[in-house]
Design a protein around this ligand. Structure first.
Ligand SMILES: [Zn+2]
Length: 386
């Protein structure tokens, strides 16, 4: 729901003598004796809630956050291979195949900021997946000379997939930099504002990838704050309603002084205040969900797309290795999990949602610690070509 729609809804509730009682979808008009207006017509009955046990709901399960860079860009260096083995540039055909695989696996796309609340809206039985796209590369959103969207760029491919599969909504988070030391977002000068506004209107999220895309390993607190705030200022000039409240580390490089992660989460510079909901890594496998005790918004893990890697994680999660995936109960007002996983529930982060535990016959020893992934984590510096 847009901010404007929220305002309209709140306004309507005040008119009807009601008052909002919370956030999200839980608002219920409160009857008021003083109200002379007739009671609002009852809403259509909601569909019967799914039985969490029957669908294996597990809202302390892992969430895949998939990391993309280029899809069909020219080789990173002249004469170099077109598609690299680190997954930094994959073919449009590979990306289409990924979408098909994720769809068939019962995954359902949500934006990054929406995967950070226990009240995320995901249909019953589905596993949320966040598709992230770094650096605002040209192949992520390209207009052809006739003004149409290139069917082989990321946005074109996602729109085509959504047309064929309306149950796969247009969601995805694009982490952009300013144009200070990089090309304009998506590389077509003069089109960047139009593109970003178009994406927001379609349901995509624009996130913060720092102003200059420099490694943050040795930056001062002041420089870190400038990097976050300057990117926000740049993007907001192009699209004032961009949320810009999830942050993705350039090269996945953390500040060496871990205490400075707090500065990335919250700060103020040059009159721009910010509060990030999360900081994203560039590796680490599936991410902990917000209702899990190990969830740490300062270090959200992602899955890269080097050949075979996404396939491996689809298979592993399905098999519950090293942990079972998040499976939605379909109700944002409840957090459902098998009783055997109760110890991993972060009771202090339920945001007012009701905890629903159900008996499961085969409790598995889940340590909450992902096993080593078959491939060694990549070195931060090699993660991006620029
Ligand atoms: Zn990057």
């Amino acid at each position: 729901m847009s901010f404007r729609n929220t305002l309209m809804l709140l306004g309507a509730m005040v008119l009807l003598g009601g008052a909002p009682t919370g956030c999200g979808s839980e608002r219920k008009p409160v009857p008021s004796a003083a109200s002379a207006l007739p009671a609002p017509a009852p809403a259509a009955p909601a569909p019967a809630p799914a039985d969490p046990a029957k669908i294996g709901a597990n809202e302390v399960g892992m969430i895949p956050v998939v990391m993309y860079h280029s899809v069909g860009d020219p080789p990173a260096r002249r004469g170099g291979p077109r598609y690299d083995r680190r997954g930094l540039n994959i073919s449009p055909e590979t990306f289409r195949r990924h979408l098909q695989m994720m769809h068939e696996a019962g995954w359902y796309p949500v934006n990054m900021r929406d995967a950070l609340t226990v009240r995320m809206q995901v249909p019953a039985g589905k596993t949320p997946v966040v598709l992230t796209f770094d650096d605002g590369r040209g192949s992520q959103f390209r207009y052809l000379p006739d003004g149409s969207i290139d069917p082989d760029c990321v946005v074109g491919i996602l729109e085509e997939f959504n047309r064929r599969h309306p149950d796969w909504p247009l969601r995805g988070t694009f982490y952009l930099n300013s144009n200070r030391s990089n090309p304009v977002p998506f590389w077509q000068r003069g089109k960047e504002a139009q593109k970003i506004q178009y994406m927001l209107a379609k349901g995509f999220e624009i996130g913060n990838h720092s102003s200059t895309h420099s490694s943050m390993a040795n930056m001062s607190a002041a420089r870190l704050q400038w990097e976050v705030a300057d990117c926000i200022r740049y993007i907001r000039r192009l699209a004032p309603n961009a949320t810009m409240d999830t942050f993705c580390l350039p090269y996945g490089a953390w500040p060496r002084n871990r205490a400075l992660l707090g500065v990335l989460m919250e700060g103020s510079e040059g009159g721009t205040s910010y509060r990030n909901l999360a900081v994203l890594n560039a590796w680490g496998g599936p991410a902990y969900p917000p209702a899990h005790r190990r969830f740490d918004p300062r270090a959200v893990s992602r899955i890269g797309v080097e050949p075979g890697y996404l396939e491996m994680w689809i298979k592993n999660l399905k098999a519950g290795k090293p942990m079972r995936p998040y499976v939605s109960d379909g109700d944002p007002n409840t957090v459902s999990a098998p009783r055997s996983l109760e110890k991993w529930v972060a009771a202090n982060r339920l945001e007012g949602a009701r905890l629903v535990l159900y008996a499961d016959n085969a409790p598995q020893p889940e340590t909450g610690k992902p096993e080593k992934t078959p491939k060694a984590p990549r070195k931060p510096r090699s993660l991006s070509v620029r």
